[in-house]
Every structure is written in structure tokens, then in C-alpha cells.
Design a protein around this ligand. Structure first.
Ligand SMILES: [Mn+2]
Length: 333
């Protein structure tokens, strides 16, 4: 199987061989592809005898800390100062090419001495160049898959320490191998990672089977309230303040529930209204049809993307719900 690979691997390998002290970083709101790519690359560089630090603009969220059992990832200003990073010869940015995504690490990149080599290893389209040499493949499903290729190009032995975080990266960026991006290349890469010791079952359980009973009960409550309009094309549901107390769940436990309502056959759009502990409702819109969620959200002072957007509204549910459903119905029809 061949595929277009625009990355100049000989040049990338030469760059690695010619330097000893590396700083790896990625985007804020770090996800598994950001963290997994950093950890996989750190393992590769360490296998080559290099000194590596991983520093991000934001700390690793608690639900993803399992990916970093050695606690190798540092947060800028919390664990390390910019001055302490001045000995690094190479700054490698993984899984982003945008200044806006770097948070406070953008200042480290901008402030680096002229002799510091800056590179990007990424699969995102366009955006900025960060004043760095880009090694990009925008056809790659995940940056983690590019790190696997780097390991092989560099002749590094694949280990569980390298491949477990890379598997988490590849699996999450492909929606656990179900997005259209997940083709034979992704499945082959996954097979190689598993052969090297990555455990999909363990990683899956760490990612998706750590909920609280409160979260489960809140989800049940929200899902049981789902109503349909427009012959089932539009589904909507809500959460009230008192539901959190009744179930023992947290406001963050409503994440993803709106996507679950779209698993019903025939649904084209979904709306969830989540009452906030301090009052008012946080609204999430989702669309799989011509409705542009960001345009609907903007009518209510919010914003987002075509397929997903949000807004905030004051007022009781009985008052805001008809306004929201009317706007969504207009956008859908
Ligand atoms: Mn990614």
C-alpha cells in the first residue's frame, strides 16, 4: 500500500541526529493526540540518547493523566519557567501549527534565541508557520501516526512506552477508528502499535469507563427527557440545576450528552439546554444537515462551527425553549 507522504523524512532524521536537547510542546486544551504524540516522540528521542522535556501551555487534564504514568509532561509557569528552557536546542511543536493554540508556549517560541531550531510535526491544514520548519502531512489521521513513522524512520525499536500513548492518539483522533479518515493506513499503524505492546482494552477503559454513578444517572435523566420535533429530525432535551444535586453529578458531566441524542435514526439536529449553577442556560447546538449551528448560535449571542456551536441565555426554560426551537426549525427548513 502506498500513499502520498509529503514529509521529508531524511531531513527530519538529520535534524534529530544533529541535536541533543529537545523541547516538545503542543496545543492548549491538550487532547490525546497532543499528549500521546509528545510522549511517543519523547520515548523515541530518549531511545536515541537525547535529553527531552515536554512543556505545554496548560496542565494535563485529570482524565488524561493516565497517558503519562511517569509524570513527564510539565505545565509552563506551574512546573517550569521559560528561563529554565533556554538550554533547549530544538523546539518541536506537535499537533498544531497555530499561534492561537499555543497559549503561553507561544511566548517561549517567539522568545527563543535565533540559534534554536524550531520544527512542526502536524496533520492540520494551513494556519500559521510559527517561524518553524514544517513537517506536515494533512492526510494523516493523527499526529500520533506521524510519530510512529518518525520512530521507524529513525530505526528506534517500538516499545509499549512509545506505542501506548501513540495508540491513544490515533484511536481518539479517528473516533476509535470509525471516522472516514480511518483507512487501511490507520488500521495498519494500530496493528503495529499493538504488536509493540499497546493495549487497546486498557486505553479504552481509561478513556471511556471512568464515569461516576452520578454522571450515569444524570445522563439517564437527560436522555429520558429527549423530545422530537419535525418528524424526528430535531431532538432536544434539558438539564436543571436541581438535577445535579439529585444525581450527584457535576455540570461537566453533561458533556457529550447532546451527541448521544443524535444516535437516534433520522435525527438531523439537536439542542440541549443546560441550566448553570449560577443561573441561566448554556445551549449546545448540533447539526448534520444544512443548518449552520454557528449562525443559529449567533442569533443568541453565541458562536462556534457549522456542525457544533453554543450560546448562553438568561430566563426560565419555558421562555427560552420555544425561542430556541423556532430558530432551529427556521434554519433547518
Ligand atoms: Mn490531532
Amino acid at each position: 500500500m502506498t500513499y502520498q507522504d509529503p514529509i521529508d523524512w531524511p531531513s527530519f532524521c538529520e535534524l534529530i541526529h544533529n541535536h541533543d536537547r529537545f523541547l516538545l510542546t503542543s496545543h492548549i486544551r491538550p487532547d490525546c493526540d497532543a499528549l500521546g504524540s509528545e510522549l511517543g516522540m519523547a520515548g523515541v528521542l530518549q531511545a536515541l540518547g537525547k535529553s527531552v522535556r515536554i512543556v505545554n501551555g496548560q496542565a494535563t487534564p485529570p482524565n488524561l493523566q493516565f497517558i503519562d504514568p511517569q509524570g513527564m509532561i510539565e505545565a509552563l509557569h506551574e512546573d517550569v519557567t521559560p528561563a529554565e528552557l533556554s538550554d533547549r536546542e530544538v523546539i518541536m511543536v506537535l499537533d498544531t501549527s497555530a499561534w492561537a493554540q499555543l497559549g503561553p508556549m507561544g511566548d517561549v517560541l517567539r522568545g527563543a534565541a535565533a540559534e534554536v531550531t524550531k520544527v512542526i510535526l502536524d496533520h492540520h491544514v494551513g494556519e500559521d508557520d510559527l517561524g518553524a520548519t514544517p513537517y506536515k502531512n494533512t492526510n494523516a489521521e493523527a499526529t500520533g501516526r506521524l510519530v510512529l513513522q518518525a520512530a521507524k524512520q529513525l530505526g528506534v525499536e517500538l516499545t509499549p512506552e512509545i506505542c501506548s500513548p501513540l495508540f491513544a492518539a490515533l484511536a481518539t483522533d479517528t473516533g476509535w477508528f470509525r471516522f472516514p479518515s480511518a483507512g487501511p493506513v490507520a488500521y495498519r499503524a494500530a496493528a503495529e502499535m499493538i504488536e509493540a505492546g499497546a493495549s487497546p482494552a486498557e486505553i479504552y477503559a481509561q478513556l471511556y469507563e471512568q464515569d461516576t454513578l452520578g454522571r450515569l444517572r444524570l445522563r439517564g435523566l437527560i436522555l429520558s427527557r429527549t423530545q422530537a420535533e419535525l418528524d424526528g429530525a430535531l431532538v432536544h432535551t434539558y438539564v436543571l440545576k436541581e438535577d445535579f444535586e439529585a444525581t450527584g453529578a457535576l455540570p461537566s458531566d453533561t458533556e457529550d450528552v447532546v451527541n448521544m441524542t443524535l444516535t437516534v435514526a433520522g435525527t438531523q439536529a439537536a439542542v440541549i439546554m443546560v441550566e448553570q449553577p449560577t443561573g441561566g442556560f448554556k445551549i449546545s447546538f448540533r447539526s448534520r444537515c444544512k443548518m449552520n449551528c454557528s449562525e443559529v448560535a449567533r442569533e443568541f449571542g453565541g458562536g462556534g462551527h457549522k456542525a457544533a456551536a453554543g450560546a448562553f441565555l438568561e430566563g426560565p426554560l419555558e421562555e427560552i425553549r420555544p425561542r430556541l426551537l423556532a430558530a432551529v426549525t427556521t434554519a433547518m427548513t
